[in-house]
Design a protein around this ligand. Structure first.
Ligand SMILES: CC1(C)CN(C2CCCC2)C(=O)N1c1ccccc1/C=C/C(=O)NO
Ligand SMILES: [Zn+2]
Length: 407
């Protein structure tokens, strides 16, 4: 042992330093580990974006969303997790085998005309166009949602985001409303492996019929959809009277709304209803579909919402501090959809982002203002205070019939 002038053994001195160093590293490690576990998971890969870019009705939307999120530097505050394809077994947990087999078969034929009749049988026409690589797209976007759900199961994160998911219309045996495989149902089935009470919230302009139908007879999954409800508007379901069946009665909530609703009416209505849902259903995990086709400026020209209105709804849910799966969905004004989902991503990571759109590949799409904000239009709001009070009263009345105590 070396003896320094103070008579302390230098070895022990070094070992003291050594221990100090190790202790510091260990502490740092736990801090990082904790942050890691608290970090938002962001499902992304070049392949996923490249495949989703090819979707006819939303060309390059996936790239625009991801590029804006990256340009705002948000990816460095998240744990980026690569997706994988959903396995056949996972897809068949909800979808009928014959439908999926057909989807696979015609996805790789460019002479799909000869399957015309069968295609129509499976909803594969008009709004759900056949296109090459369709099956790969559907299994990748749903695999991404499943991986996001797995991250929540492993408790390696509190929030997991998949902007390439949210395809809420897909039925077990047919495509519908531009949705082919219902990634949301598959994600919820994955979460059911661990959680007993799952809350699904659908903020898209359209009724989340595919998810509602999958769970309308169970009290384990509560589906709450806020949507435009008007004769002749797709999908035509989701009325106030649509409250679930059997054991699932009252565990389906529908909030039918009319054209022109603004943040000032939408957000308080959503938050008050979700507050009542939290009290009675006591969810353990939340899945939120953030379809952006209700935004002002969307070609659907229906609601008059902004990114702030949707943001306050998501923020309200995140305050519950429950594991939360955040998904995309509709959104046909591509730059507004990217603005909204970049804003929601920033909100989930707790980061402020500037109004100025940062320079990046799609910068030109954000003209003429090149700002993050989506501004409300001045379209007529058909939702009278009286109408909203009626809807709110009926919905609260139904929810109050739920009890998750041992009753
Ligand atoms: C084909 C697309 C999806 C595109 N689109 C518009 C947007 C702008 C130009 C065409 C529609 O109305 N669609 C639909 C057509 C039939 C049935 C459903 C939808 C949309 C569903 C949806 O968004 N659910 O959340
Ligand atoms: Zn929609």
């Amino acid at each position: 042992l070396g003896i320094n002038k103070l008579g302390h053994s230098t070895q022990s001195k070094n070992s003291v330093d050594q221990n100090e160093k190790q202790r510091k590293e260990k502490h740092l490690d736990t801090v990082v580990q904790k942050n890691k576990s608290q970090k938002v998971v962001y499902i992304y890969s070049k392949e996923l974006i490249q495949i989703c870019d090819q979707m006819q009705k939303i060309p390059c939307r996936a790239s625009m969303v991801h590029s804006l999120i990256e340009a705002y530097g948000l990816t460095r505050y998240m744990r980026v997790v690569e997706p994988r394809e959903a396995t056949e077994r996972e897809v068949n947990a909800f979808h009928d085998l014959d439908y999926i087999e057909f989807l696979k078969k015609i996805s790789n034929h460019d002479d799909s005309e000869k399957f015309e009749d069968e295609a129509t049988h499976y909803g594969l026409s008009y709004d759900c166009p056949l296109q090459l690589g369709l099956h790969k797209y559907a299994t990748m976007s749903s695999g991404a949602t499943i991986v996001a759900a797995e991250c929540l199961l492993q408790e390696t994160c509190k929030v997991a985001i998949n902007w390439c998911g949210g395809w809420h219309h897909a039925a077990k045996d047919h495509a519908s409303g531009f949705c082919y495989i219902n990634d949301i149902v598959l994600g919820i089935l994955k979460l059911k492996e661990k959680y007993d009470r799952i809350l699904y919230v659908d903020l898209d302009l359209h009724h989340g019929d595919g998810v509602e139908d999958a769970f309308s007879a169970t009290s384990k999954v509560m589906t709450v959809s806020f949507h435009k409800y008007l004769t002749g508007f797709f999908p035509g379901t989701g009325s106030l009277e649509d409250i679930g069946i059997g054991k699932g009665q009252y565990y389906t909530v529908n909030v039918p709304l009319l054209d022109g609703i603004k943040d000032t009416e939408f957000t308080p209505l959503v938050c008050r209803i979700l507050n009542k849902v939290k009290e009675t259903f006591r969810p353990e995990v939340v899945v939120c579909q953030c379809g952006a086709d209700g935004l002002a400026g969307d070609p659907m020209e229906s609601f008059n919402l902004t990114h702030k209105g949707l943001g306050k709804c998501l923020y309200f849910l995140l305050q519950w501090n429950l594991p939360t799966l955040v998904l995309g969905g509709g959104g046909y004004n591509l730059s507004n959809t990217a603005r909204c989902w970049a804003f929601l991503t920033a909100l989930a990571t707790g980061k402020q982002i500037p109004t100025e759109i940062p320079d990046h590949k799609y910068f030109i799409e954000y003209g003429p203002d090149y700002e993050l904000e989506v501004y409300p239009g001045n379209r007529k709001n058909h939702n009278t205070a009286h109408y909203l009070r009626q809807v709110y009263g009926a919905v609260l009345n139904n929810i109050s019939k739920i009890c998750t105590e041992k009753c």
